[in-house]
Design a protein around this ligand. Structure first.
Ligand code: HEC
Ligand code: HEC
Length: 404
């Protein structure tokens, strides 16, 4: 009996020791060290950004050498860009990168921002219309995020005027990521790595994990997606050989008053940031997307969409607000099909005056396509994180670019 008692006492002591070791004081540093050491926020700015003494990254690019659009004319080469959103810290940009790829932002962990804005697909998703939570097909296609730091309005119908306003859309829409602010806060607070990383990115704040800081970090990350070193850019800065003869011919068609592309897709951003009604067709069987009519409560803008940038356009097929055109050539052919040719007879759209009848030849169409392909530059593509603070699996096609 004594023996058994001793055995029990010893066993009990062992249990206590084990509990102390694995579940008690020792386990905290052991578990958290292995869990947390893996993910650190960087303290350097992305390429093209310069770090200031107060830990902010500011964008540097060649177009800062030029004054304005005024003297060079629509389609001119050495013209300025609008102001970018910059001034975020390296840590905020990096935290935004982790959040961007993390499906923890969606209600059921099924999709991240990168699901629909996949860096491998020009920050789009190669779908005509994106697919949201529980397979819900969206009304429109996912625009590229390259150079959105220069935009003054967001969404195809220009209904948001900042990244901050825009981000509330996908996060809390029942059709997209389906989350609620309460659930988002509780899932992020449940991940100890995020607690630490938010405190690093937002020091001296009482509660670093907040919806505002999630959105600020996402804004910081998106502001770093800059694409200004395409072959076109090198040509624009004076290196004539950067484009071949067909591409230069294409640029000249692009900015001619016959084709008028550059009136709306104005270099160097390749959008004048305005809304235009151009009368693209809807996918077969779908009703007309009224576009900016709702945003501005104006019949004049029925069927109007924000002029999209053409930067990295070769990477973001299919084209137009609902992905109606599969190839760049089809998209260009639309413009030469005759003013209003795709508008149904019972629909009265007020087409923009720059939508004309350019009668482009097949060769000119090819040259326009050749030219648009020179607008590709993905040199500043961010690395996909090795793993996510939430440890959830990625929900986008694996990035083949170098991981960090
Ligand atoms: C379900 C797919 C999907 C997800 C997930 C998604 N987006 Fe989008 N995104 C879209 C679509 C579709 C649009 C265009 C919607 C419209 O214009 O009405 C869009 C538009 C945008 C725009 C506007 C770009 C422009 O040029 O106007 C930004 C910026 C953006 N998304 C960022 C994000 C961020 C950040 C996240 C993650 C919080 C996210 N998106 C998640 C599909 C998605
Ligand atoms: C009146 C302004 C205007 C002119 C002129 C114009 N565009 Fe567009 N472009 C737009 C608008 C607005 C859209 C989006 C329309 C939609 O989604 O239904 C668009 C879309 C596009 C797209 C698809 C972009 C994407 O991300 O899906 C391409 C490619 C394009 N235009 C090329 C051209 C070319 C080439 C020309 C000259 C032949 C041209 N555009 C002339 C306003 C214009």
């Amino acid at each position: 009996m004594g023996k058994t008692l001793v055995g029990k006492v010893q066993y009990g002591a062992w249990l206590i020791a084990r509990a102390l070791f694995f579940g008690g004081i020792f386990s905290v540093p052991i578990a958290s060290a292995s869990e947390l050491a893996a993910i650190e926020l960087t303290d350097t700015c992305p390429p093209s950004f310069r770090l200031s003494d107060d830990n902010r990254c500011s964008l540097r690019h060649m177009y800062q050498l030029y004054d304005s659009l005024q003297d060079s004319g629509i389609g001119g080469l050495k013209t300025a860009l609008p102001e970018a959103r910059d001034g975020f810290s390296p840590q905020q940009i990096d935290l935004g990168r982790l959040l961007f790829f993390d499906p923890i932002l969606s209600a059921d962990n099924s999709l991240s921002c990168a699901t629909c804005h996949n860096p491998n697909q020009g920050f789009s998703d190669a779908m005509g219309r994106s697919m949201g939570i529980k397979g819900q097909v969206q009304k429109r296609s996912a625009p590229t995020l390259w150079n959105s730091t220069f935009l003054s309005s967001f969404f195809w119908d220009a209904r948001a005027s900042s990244f901050e306003e825009q981000a509330l859309g996908p996060l809390f829409s029942a059709h997209e990521m389906g989350n609620t602010p309460e659930q988002l806060m509780s899932s992020l607070n449940g991940v100890s790595a995020y607690k630490r990383l938010f405190e690093q990115a937002f020091p001296r704040q009482a509660s670093a994990i907040s919806v505002a800081n999630v959105i600020r970090a996402l804004t910081a990350f998106q502001s770093s997606l800059v694409s200004l070193n395409s072959r076109y850019d090198r040509y624009a800065h004076g290196y004539h050989k950067a484009l071949n003869d067909d591409e230069i011919a294409g640029l000249n068609v692009f900015r001619s008053f016959v084709a008028r592309c550059s009136q709306c897709h104005t270099p160097p951003l390749f959008t004048n940031q305005q809304v235009a009604v151009i009368g693209t067709p809807e996918p077969k069987g779908l009703p007309r997307d009224t576009g900016a009519e709702e945003t501005f409560n104006s019949k004049l803008l029925r069927g109007g969409f924000k002029v999209p940038t053409l930067r990295n356009i070769a990477q973001t097929a299919p084209y137009m607000h609902s992905g109606r055109f599969k190839t760049l050539r089809e998209a260009v052919e639309f413009y030469t099909g005759g003013r209003g040719h795709a508008v149904p007879a019972d629909e009265d759209l007020l087409l923009h005056w720059h939508i004309s009848e350019p009668n482009l030849t097949s060769n000119e169409i090819d040259q326009l396509v050749d030219f648009m392909k020179t607008l590709s530059d993905e040199s500043l593509i961010p690395g996909t994180p090795k793993r996510l603070p939430s440890d959830l699996p990625f929900k986008h096609m694996e990035n083949t670019h170098e991981k960090t």
